[in-house]
Ligand binder design. Sequence first.
Ligand SMILES: Nc1ncnc2c1ncn2[C@@H]1O[C@H](COP(=O)(O)O)[C@@H](O)[C@H]1OP(=O)(O)O
Ligand SMILES: [Mg+2]
Ligand SMILES: [Mg+2]
Ligand SMILES: [Mg+2]
Length: 346
Amino acid sequence: MTSNIPLIVRLLASSVSVANRAGKIVRDVMSKGELGIVEKGKDDYQTEADRSAQRCIVASLAAQYPKVNIIGEEDGPDNEGDIASDWLISEADKEVLSLECPAGLRSVKEEEIVVWVDPLDGTSEYTQGALMLKRDPWERWKMYLTHPFISIKWYLSLLQSNYGFLEHVTVLIGISVNEKPVAGVIHQPYYKTILGGEKIIGRTIWGLQEAGVGGFTPAPPPDSLIITTTRSHSNPLVEKALQVMNAAQVLRVGGAGYKVLQLLEGKASIYVFASSGCKKWDTCAPEAVLSAAGGKLTDILGEFYKYGGTESRPNKTGVLAAVSKDLHSYALNRIPQELKEALSKK
Ligand SMILES: Nc1ncnc2c1ncn2[C@@H]1O[C@H](COP(=O)(O)O)[C@@H](O)[C@H]1OP(=O)(O)O
Ligand SMILES: [Mg+2]
Ligand SMILES: [Mg+2]
Ligand SMILES: [Mg+2]
């Protein structure tokens, strides 16, 4: 019976199942083609997929864990109300349910948990991906003209990419206890693979402190220093922090979730983002999964973010993450003091 299973393990197992459903919502909105884009701020957009996926996740978890504090990126009076019954998920992933709960988390109560939800991380890449699904070049150009925030430079880079950047999109559910991320889910709705001759879309990666990670095959870091960073929110400070790393290669991809996946899969060794812009829901799940795999995620000053419910949402002092503690120290030592100070003052 699941009632004997510790709360954290049940909540993680439920989060895996609900993230899968949210990922399907993200794909369905795209297939329908009505993205319903709303501008929240500068370089900051929301679509129908962000809103619907959030409602599915929050309603499903709140129904089962009513005393858990759930905070979502798309919270707000305009995004509340009843949801379709097929969005209310009560399943729990069986593999996760069988995990051994770390001793320190066995007696955690609902009131001590804060869940940070990013229903769609990589919204820029998602909206730009919509463009690439238009096979007719004229239709694509007309749609581009209704996306005023995509520069002509991006449009050209999109045309060169195979099918846009939909693979960068993730659904993030991070579980924190005593301000620390202890478990998390990174679901990738557009990950494609072939299993036994059958095409499978989507995958779900999870991590639990001391128990490990699952849903993918971990790989060692690359031999040379490869850095992953933003492709849509760069500025002079972000570029300065990249220059000082002396990297063999810099990968510019979307989303905090996807960049941490690149670390976990050996595509990059360090994630550097010397700017504000990311929020607690962007880093909670990635930090939990990365640390369960032996990595480390902090701000650019090397301090851990705190994930209590009253913490401010923005991660003002950027993100520095690495696949190992040694690589994290290497990167931290390379960041010049002036850059740290410039970011702290913002
Ligand atoms: N300036 C910004 N405004 C809004 N969101 C940002 C900003 N910078 C980063 N983010 C969020 O952090 C994620 C990682 O950033 P980046 O892709 O630039 O590396 C983005 O996908 C976005 O999350 P979201 O897409 O959920 O709004
Ligand atoms: Mg957003
Ligand atoms: Mg995000
Ligand atoms: Mg988001």
